[in-house]
Unconditional design. Structure first.
Length: 68
């Protein structure tokens, strides 16, 4: 029997690709979204999305690190 370590997440910071995948696969799981714009000269991405989940969202941990 295998046991899984899981952690409850109420929000997560996602890239644009991750956000679009979540939005197309499970739009009901998203309560609200906050856009995090890139900081000029500091960040090398085009912005991120902080997603607040509408229901309980659990993530499996591998050796204390969230698996993606």
């Amino acid at each position: 029997m295998q046991f899984l370590d899981m952690v409850l997440k109420k929000s997560d910071v996602l890239s644009a690709e991750e956000y679009l995948k979540l939005y197309t696969e499970s739009p009901d799981s998203i309560a609200t979204v906050r856009v995090i714009p890139p900081r000029i000269g500091v960040d090398n991405h085009f912005g991120k999305f902080e997603v607040f989940y509408s229901s309980n969202h659990y993530e499996v941990m591998k050796h204390g690190i969230p698996s993606t």
